[in-house]
Design a protein around this ligand. Structure first.
Ligand code: SAH
Length: 357
């Protein structure tokens, strides 16, 4: 049995079953044994891979989109360039390289990385050598400047709560113990997820992500007050129904309760509560990653890069383009939403929300 499982079992023995969000927080971010605290989970040798690790085009195009927003808003200087959960620092490295051609951008930016994992902070530092980065624990620690922010596969890593509808009431999913096994169960009836009585029926399961809403609220308030934009990319949809909690280990899905701290735990992101929490900032329509990248010109960029490649490299480059954009791969499951100041131009490739607001 792992040390983290022992710790969780002891906590349940002392305090009773815990909320799913507390369980996830222990698994992912326990200071000694948490999944993110102890390792680099990315890449083919890790548990999962992400868009910036698949191709440099992802970070380049997102970076140029963010720089365009900065130009559209009058090139405020200085400004805070921030990334949430930068992983290996690959997206930021590609963004910084691509934006070198944007006059004034690098002189004005103050780079801040919001990262909980000491192991990944080290990786980011070596990847971003030469860029003066500051690491912070939380969004509220970012400097009070216009904020241009990127978050790819960050919100899916935040702890969620789950509620099962039982007749007219709701029962929250809790994690308890049977012997030395961790098992999900239901707490007695209590308060349910806000606003979900109308679109659910007996037996339905609904998820909320309080940490995500809090962070979106802080970003939205900063952007509304100081200007800026946030590009949020993740898998999920506007509003979900059902259990989306998943555990990934070595690219295979596994039981989220079997080996706490040894598998990545994620849930699909609901963008509606993020958009609501981010008011007074405006938000764009939710757009699929494939459409967004096509609008930003990924095919032209892919062709330009392909001309310089041959053999296996060329084949894998073409596969990467497909993987990022094709509906059967990441193109449709992954979505993009931006936050921006009311009355400002939305980022390129995205439309302001009208009917959806
Ligand atoms: N954006 C990267 C990595 C995604 S993995 C990419 O696309 O490759 C999730 C990232 O979020 C990791 O860097 C992880 O350490 C970080 N993270 C997870 N929960 C966090 C939290 N609560 N606060 C700050 N960083 C967190």
């Amino acid at each position: 049995m792992t040390a983290l499982k022992d710790h969780i079992l002891a906590r349940i023995a002392a305090e009773g079953p815990m909320r799913l969000s507390d369980y996830m927080a222990e698994c992912l971010l326990h200071p000694q044994h948490g999944y993110y605290t102890t390792r680099d989970p990315l890449g083919t040798a890790g548990d999962f891979t992400t868009a910036p690790e698949i191709s440099q085009m992802f970070g380049e195009l997102l970076g140029l989109a963010l720089a365009q927003c900065w130009v559209d808003q009058g090139m405020p200087a200085p400004f805070c360039l921030a990334e949430l959960g930068p992983g290996r620092g690959t997206l930021m490295a590609d963004l910084l390289r691509a934006t070198r051609a944007v006059p004034g951008f690098h002189e004005a930016l103050r780079l801040h990385l919001v990262e909980a994992s000491p192991a990944l902070r080290d990786q980011q530092a070596s990847r971003l050598k030469g860029a003066q980065a500051t690491w912070v624990d939380r969004v509220e620690d970012l400097p009070d400047l216009p904020l241009f922010l990127i978050a790819n596969e960050f919100f899916d890593a935040l702890p969620i709560r789950q509620y099962r509808r039982a007749g007219d009431g709701w029962r929250e999913v809790h994690v308890g113990a049977e012997g030395d096994r961790l098992v999900p169960g239901l707490a007695p009836a209590g308060p349910g997820p806000e606003g979900r009585d109308e679109d659910t029926r007996d037996g339905d399961l609904v998820e909320t992500c309080p940490a995500g809403a809090l962070i979106a609220g802080q970003i939205g308030a900063r952007i509304a007050a100081r200007g800026g934009a946030a590009l949020i990319v993740d898998y999920g949809d506007w509003r979900s129904l059902g259990d989306t909690l998943q555990a990934l280990r070595q690219h295979e899905s596994t039981d989220p309760f079997a080996a706490p701290g040894n598998a990545d735990l994620t849930a699909h992101v609901d963008f509606e509560p993020l958009a609501r929490a981010a008011a007074p900032a405006a938000h764009t329509l939710l757009t699929t990653q494939g459409v967004f990248l096509e609008r930003l010109g990924i095919t032209a960029r892919a062709q330009a890069l392909a001309e310089r490649l041959s053999g296996v490299q060329r084949v894998s480059h073409i596969a990467a383009h497909r993987r990022l954009t094709h509906p059967d791969e990441m193109g449709t499951l992954f979505k993009v939403m931006a936050l921006f100041p009311k009355g400002a131009q939305p980022p390129p490739g995205l439309e302001p929300a009208g009917a959806q607001a």
